[in-house]
Write a protein that binds this ligand. Structure first.
Ligand SMILES: Nc1ncnc2c1ncn2[C@@H]1O[C@H](COP(=O)(O)OP(=O)(O)OP(=O)(O)O)[C@@H](O)[C@H]1O
Ligand SMILES: [Mg+2]
Length: 164
């Protein structure tokens, strides 16, 4: 694997489930209405854990779990939160019929698991969160900004979390 990392990305290792949740939670203070997080990674890499962390940081009370019978769960914390999981998406057309656009351009924070399935529909500004399985309890997490909004957000996050 190339050690060269694209500029402006954050690439780190989470050593535990708790750490992944905490790193998600620490992103929450920087989020605003309309922000979109696109999560990718194989089964069981920690996408839902990351979402749970973000929700915790946004003061969502109640259970946060992937929607099973629908494609989206809605929560309410400091902001409305739309938790979308496209694992069961039948095809690109369905992305539009369930109203993906309304969430993406809505008034809340939208978190999408299996976001690669809706790649064509993502807005100009979004943060991609890529999770990779390394070992039993170790995951590589790559945060990649798309658009100016997340370029600056990621700088703020980096300062808050990785400098002391
Ligand atoms: N460092 C880590 N970060 C996150 N999860 C971890 C870590 N180490 C171990 N785990 C375990 O990996 C699993 C991650 O589950 P999670 O539901 O978050 O994955 P997912 O990517 O959402 O899967 P799916 O594709 O099925 O939705 C949990 O069982 C968790 O305990
Ligand atoms: Mg999941």
């Amino acid at each position: 694997m190339s050690p060269i990392v694209a500029p402006n990305t954050i690439d780190f290792i989470s050593h535990s489930e708790r750490q992944t949740i905490r790193l998600g939670a620490r992103l929450a203070p920087f989020l605003q209405p309309g922000d979109v997080l696109a999560l990718t990674g194989e089964l069981g890499t920690g996408k839902t854990r990351w979402v749970q962390g973000v929700c915790q940081g946004l003061d969502v009370t109640g259970i946060v779990n992937s929607p099973t019978f629908t494609l989206v769960n809605e929560y309410r914390g400091r902001l409305p939160v739309y938790h979308i999981d496209l694992y069961r998406l039948a095809g690109a057309a369905e992305a539009l019929t369930f109203g993906l656009d309304d969430y993406l351009y809505g008034d809340g924070v939208t978190l999408i698991e299996w976001a690669e399935r809706a790649a064509d529909f993502l807005p100009d500004n979004y943060l991609s969160v890529e999770l990779h399985h390394l070992e039993e309890t170790r995951r590589r997490v790559v945060l990649r900004p798309h658009g100016d909004r997340f370029l600056s957000l990621l700088n703020d996050y980096k300062k808050a979390v990785f400098t002391r």
